[in-house]
Write a protein that binds this ligand. Structure first.
Ligand code: NOJ
Length: 480
């Protein structure tokens, strides 16, 4: 849709930025924290780029005041961060670690003191190792009670000051990479186990939304979903159907459950035919239907283009975790779809498509299908940055990326989508799970690399000043 003039961003628009505990905090065993699955997984040979882990990360745990000061100076309106479950319950349940609760109390207070709205993610992939050892974490229904207890503890402790809450971050990614491709913990390749674990995660998500309603009466809660809108390669009907398959299989499978408590039909049938459908017990579907979120959190990075894939076609393929452009391969689900290069789009060094308009399409599709406001919980560019001799970082490519995405958000708002805010990924540089430290996303450069933490100095990149100006103007400067 073309507009003569775009609508302005709402006055209370949350210009924010985001992070996750394991990727920034470090202090992996400080002050009584227990290990999470990521603490153990990254220490197994060959799991991550150059063996990197989050033991120190960017040491945010010990430097959070310095980081919040940089946020305040930028004028940031909102900061989305996650809580490490095993800092609160080192064993996953049972005894509470007060020092862990206190750390996030201090962080929340520091943010509020600086007029920054805290947005808490309760789960960003770091399930306590103790629960993995005890019952296989997401593979057991026992986790529903433990997760609920953990979340209730957080709602009770921070709910007076924190009004925006995110439940599960990218459930599709943590189960997909954990149990389909086996490159995230627990490193399993078993589709049946994946769909069972995913169903249990859905139940846990619903349960904590119900608890939230009782404890934080004036708050808003929703999942953050990794949505990659699917395009058909061309107008050949067999490719259109492949795109329908992919959209349902990759995204509706999760978002329909979050909002309607229903699994989409075609995918359900496909899974049943292949012996992969999850076990549904009495009461499951009513729990799922009774836990509607207040918003859809959207993690948007790229779109996916697909074409027809025969029953004997391609399946899983290699991911690019090295930053060598072109090293990833097309992948698919035989009989449903396969990915193909979109000739209209450029890519990052990690082979992610760059598609700002895709963000507008994502916002439009979510708003239309689910009739919910959307909170953009992540969006950003992973790139190599150069630290110049004068300590400057001239990341014009990141500014271009973010600017074109912000423009499309404004387009979506003008189309009528209720967008609550925009959290870029990320504020400081951080550990990129499998890709080490060289894939940088931040406005603030952190002087460390795969070889070691160096001095962990914080340096403002050029994009820091760009976002500062955008926030001040409540929108793009010099644009319509
Ligand atoms: C989404 C994840 O939530 C985040 O943890 C990750 O670093 C970014 N994607 C970039 O890959």
């Amino acid at each position: 849709m073309e507009h003569k003039n775009y609508k302005a961003f709402p006055n209370n628009f949350l210009w924010g930025s985001a992070s996750a505990a394991y990727q920034i905090e470090g202090a992996w065993e400080q002050d009584g924290k227990g290990p999470s699955v990521w603490d153990t997984y990254t220490k197994q040979e060959g799991t991550t780029y150059k063996g990197t882990n989050g033991d120190v990360a960017v040491d945010h745990y010990n430097r959070y005041k310095e980081d919040v000061k940089l946020m305040a100076e930028m004028g940031l309106k909102a900061y989305r961060f996650s809580i490490a479950w095993s800092r609160i319950f080192p064993e996953g349940s049972g005894e509470i670690n007060e020092a862990g609760l206190q750390f996030y109390d201090d962080l929340v207070d520091e943010l509020i003191k600086n007029n920054i709205e805290p947005l808490i993610t309760v789960y960003h992939w770091d399930v306590p190792q103790a629960l993995m050892d005890k019952y296989g974490a997401w593979e057991s229904r026992e986790i529903i009670e433990d997760f609920d207890l953990y979340c209730q503890t957080l709602f009770n402790r921070y709910g007076d000051r924190v009004k925006y809450w995110v439940t599960l971050n990218e459930q599709n990614i943590f189960v997909g990479l954990g149990y389909r491709s086996g490159v995230h913990p627990p490193g399993v390749k078993d589709l049946k186990r994946m769909y069972e674990a995913n169903h249990i995660a859905n139940l846990a998500n619903a349960k904590v939304i119900q608890s939230f309603r009782k404890i934080v009466k004036d708050g808003k809660i929703g999942p953050s979903f990794a949505y990659s809108p699917v395009y058909p390669y061309n107008s050949d009907p067999k490719n259109i159907l492949a795109a329908e398959n992919a959209e349902e299989f990759n995204s509706h499978w999760w978002m329909d459950i979050y909002v309607w408590g229903k699994y989409p039909e075609a995918t359900w049938n496909y899974l049943e035919d292949n012996g992969l459908a999850p076990t549904i017990e009495d009461g499951d579907m009513s729990l799922l239907a009774d836990a509607k979120p207040d918003f859809m959190g959207l993690n948007y990075y790229q779109t996916t283009t697909v074409e027809f894939n025969p029953l004997d076609g391609v399946g899983e393929a290699k991911m690019n975790t090295s930053g060598k452009k072109g090293s990833s391969q097309d992948s698919g689900v035989p009989g449903l779809f396969k990915t193909i290069t979109n000739p209209f789009l450029g890519t990052t060094d990690w082979d992610w498509t760059i598609d700002p308009r895709g963000l507008r399409i994502a916002l439009r599709r979510i708003a239309n299908r689910y009739q919910l406001p959307v909170l953009i919980t992540e969006n950003g560019l992973g790139a190599f940055d150069d630290l110049e001799a004068d300590d400057s970082i001239n990341d014009d490519y990141r500014i271009d990326f973010l600017e074109t995405h912000v423009e499309e958000i404004q387009g979506a708002i003008s189309d009528g989508v209720d967008v609550l805010g925009y959290c870029t990924w990320s504020f400081t540089d951080l550990l990129s799970w499998l890709n080490g430290y060289q894939k940088r996303y931040g406005f603030v450069y952190v002087d460390r690399d795969e070889e070691g933490p160096k001095d962990l100095r914080r340096l403002k990149k050029k994009s820091y000043f760009w976002y500062q100006a955008v926030i001040k103007a409540n929108g793009l400067v010099n644009r319509k």
